[in-house]
Design a protein around this ligand. Structure first.
Ligand code: GLC
Length: 744
């Protein structure tokens, strides 16, 4: 006993010394300057080098042995190394070989969750709930940072108007205003208010820029647009991320009008670092520097590296071009010490902000990791948030919500799935044994006396006759059929563009067979993009878009199908009738010959198709509820406002149905005449309003001339006097409510 007491005393005494001696670092600027003054040119260059571990594969294999280079002190950051133990080990190897003990920065794609997986980002956008999105990012940061991750490559803020592009699943859809709000909410969630806290991580606005405008929706493809469209549509969400304090950016693979973003000086130095005064760090995308050779923009790795660094890129992801060639370029006078110093400082300042110089292992704590991952509060939040993302697209004869007394036949390749349901870019999310499938969610909700049958019936692309007949037999005996169908999770995400975005032929044929039973059919659609479901819309009774709803997806779908959750999601992206309509988006221009539809007195010489309507299948902002909402008593605080004055726009919203529900009230404005043509309408505000049945509330929006700014004929971001039309309602087809004037 005596011996133990002595040991304890000795331990506490030595810990006390360590704590007392814990050096308080100098202020950031001074600390980083002192450190850089000790660094050699090579050591500064090596801070700009990032390699991938052998963990998750998120790009072409490069065969690099990053540990060798870490042992040579040549690596500043590593991506895809996760877990407290693994990151601690790699950090140890690094520190043992770093002359100045500079910690490594660990990055990972924590896009919509780390272990607890939330709905994919397109689904999160459908919630129109910024608090929910911030909370999802906050929880993702808490779990990731407990897993040794310092930096996430999120939020992805690429505006996307083309559902052939697989990465539409990762962003916030087609609207710049919604995308900007979500960018800010995500940055707040990931970074919190103090990066030195061990439950916050660096965020990364990506992919800068205009990556979602890839021609033909083909990933990595060329983009070319006017500066006005670039700034008006694609850059605003990035600026919003800067305004929210995002600490890093990632360049995009694509070129814009002939210049790859990886070495686009106008984008990186003129706009981001000068005009927007961005003080953080810019990393390339995966081998994006090397790929400028394929672009035909650089003749070799050295040329590519010096072009990128001089254009404002600070870190080379996986390409090894900075590591292998920048010293030579420096010796040859192709890159200056000032440029190297600026990039190095940006990297070191982030490591300081994270507290890594005080304790490089502070995020690699196995005990905290175990206590944090899959916390009940996180899993409950995943359900709550998923419930806000589901979008009810059709509900003929109120076939939904279902009730427990009905005999229900659940069918489809996704009915028992625990893999696809968490979507792509699901970090360390478990793809079996943790996520709740639809079957599991329904059985949990209905309990033992469930009168439900569950049959896959068909796979995505193959049908076993006996399996299909079994499913059809159960469907024929049911009161209602629920088909859980869609895409595999890897049919969207990176390198997953498709020319055909229909349901697979096998699934469609199965639906046609189910239709022959004469039973009401509900389609629960899981996909990472809008799909062309015109036949389904025509022939089925109800359609619930679930996106990929995440770890608690099955519970959310079950609770929604049976009415415990009244769907409130709204589309963040337009659903085309056919691929032939793409690109199609709500905030389009009027043209000189707008087609007014079947009643248009001029049916030929108009901007239309001869073989299709021009309207989408479902518009941006659209989503039904189990209840109904009525709008009334529209008011403007004034018929005109001056520049700098505020205008209040109010309207009453009533729940006229028989369920409590939530309506996303949306405000759109149209600038009737401008020095350049203006969109038919633009989202300028939205509010999720909770209304009990019979309840009425007044919703008030406040706008000013700042909200009316656009890039005018002189490319100045200014508002112009004139008349504006106001639309308020539950989707982007909201009716006009009147005009107001902006006067000098
Ligand atoms: C990928 C993606 C990018 C991701 C990066 C690291 O190629 O384009 O979004 O963050 O590589 O995994």
């Amino acid at each position: 006993m005596k011996h133990k007491l002595t040991l304890l005393l000795l331990l506490s005494f030595s810990l006390g010394i360590a704590q007392k001696n814990k050096t308080k670092l100098k202020p950031k600027a001074e600390f980083v300057s002192d450190l850089m003054n000790q660094m050699t040119v090579d050591e500064k260059i090596y801070q700009l080098v990032q390699f991938t571990s052998d963990g998750t594969v998120t790009g072409p294999k490069t065969g690099d042995n990053y540990i060798t280079w870490i042992k040579q002190g040549k690596v500043g950051s590593v991506l895809n190394c996760t877990g407290a133990q693994a990151t601690r080990e790699v950090q140890r190897i690094n520190l043992e070989n770093s002359r100045l003990k500079i910690p490594i920065l660990f990055g990972h794609d924590v896009i919509h969750g780390y272990k607890t997986i939330f709905p994919i980002n397109l689904g999160l956008a459908a919630s129109f709930d910024m608090k929910a999105i911030e909370r999802a990012s906050q929880i993702a940061a808490a779990e990731a940072s407990a897993g040794g991750v310092h930096w996430t490559f999120a939020p992805m803020v690429d505006i996307a108007r083309d559902p052939r592009w697989g990465r539409i699943s990762e962003g916030s859809g087609e609207d710049t205003y919604l995308g900007s709000q979500i960018a800010m909410a995500s940055v707040r969630g990931f970074q919190g208010d103090d990066l030195s806290k061990t439950n916050t991580i660096l965020a990364c606005a990506k992919h800068f820029a205009a990556y979602g405008a890839a021609e033909a929706g083909r990933d990595y493809n060329t983009t070319d647009m006017s500066e006005r469209v670039l700034r008006e549509v694609y850059l605003r969400p990035f600026k919003a991320a800067v305004d929210a304090g995002v600490k890093t950016f990632m360049t995009s693979f694509n070129e814009i009008a002939g210049i790859p973003s990886t070495a686009n000086k106008y984008l990186l130095r003129d706009i981001l670092k000068s005009e927007w005064k961005f003080g953080g760090m810019v990393v390339s995308d995966y081998t994006g520097v090397n790929e400028m050779i394929a672009h035909g923009f650089a003749k070799d790795d050295q040329d590519a590296a010096q072009l990128a660094l001089n254009a404002g890129l600070d870190m080379d992801m996986v390409g090894a071009t900075f590591m292998k060639t920048l010293r030579k370029s420096y010796d040859e006078g192709k890159v200056s010490m000032a440029v190297i110093d600026d990039a190095c400082r940006r990297v070191l300042e982030l490591k300081y902000d994270l507290g890594l110089f005080e304790d490089p292992y502070r995020y690699s704590d196995e005990k905290r990791e175990k206590e944090t991952i899959y916390k009940k509060e996180y899993l409950d939040a995943a359900l709550d948030i998923a419930n806000k993302t589901l979008v009810l697209l059709k509900n003929k004869n109120n076939v939904l919500p279902l009730n427990a007394s009905q005999k229900i036949s659940f069918v489809g390749p996704l009915v028992s799935d625990e893999n696809h349901i968490i979507g792509s870019w699901a970090a360390l999310g478990d793809r079996g044994g943790v996520a709740v499938s639809v079957k599991e969610g329904v059985e949990k909700l209905l309990g033992a006396n469930a009168k439900a049958t569950f049959d896959k019936g068909v796979d995505f692309d193959k049908a076993d006759p006996s399996e299909m007949n079994q499913a059809l037999a159960n469907a024929a005996k049911a009161d209602v059929v629920v088909a859980v169908m869609g895409e595999r999770e890897n049919q969207t995400g990176e390198a997953a563009s498709q020319t055909n975005i229909d349901l697979s032929v096998t699934q469609k044929n199965f639906l046609m067979e189910l239709k022959k039973t004469g039973k009401p059919i509900v389609l629960v659609l899981m996909s990472g993009r809008p799909m062309t479901i015109s036949w389904e819309n025509e022939n089925l009774d109800a359609i619930l878009d679930a996106w990929y709803p995440g770890t608690r997806g099955g519970d959310a779908i079950a609770q929604t199908l049976f009415g415990q959750n009244n769907p409130s999601g709204k589309l963040p992206v337009t659903f085309p009738r056919s691929v032939g309509q793409i690109p199609i988006y709500y905030n389009h221009k009027n043209t000189g010959r707008p087609y007014l539809g079947p009643t248009d007195p001029e049916q030929k010489y108009k901007s239309r198709y001869t073989d299709s309507a021009i309207e989408p299948l479902y518009p941006f902002g659209y989503g039904l509820s189990y209840t109904a909402f009525a709008y009334d008593n529209f008011k403007l605080s004034s018929k005109t406002i001056r520049f700098g004055e505020k205008l209040k726009i109010s309207i009453d919203v009533a729940n006229t149905g028989s369920y409590d529900g939530i309506e996303v009230v949306q405000l759109y404005l149209r600038d009737l005449v401008g020095s350049v043509t203006r969109p038919m309408r633009e989202l300028k505000g939205f509010e999720r309003v909770s209304l009990k049945k019979g309840e009425k509330k007044t919703v008030v929006f406040e706008i000013s001339s700042d909200d009316l700014k656009f890039y005018n004929i002189d490319m100045k971001n200014e508002a112009e006097a004139g008349d504006f039309e106001v639309f308020v309602g539950g989707n982007s087809d909201a009716q006009s409510r009147g005009l107001f004037g902006l006067v000098k």
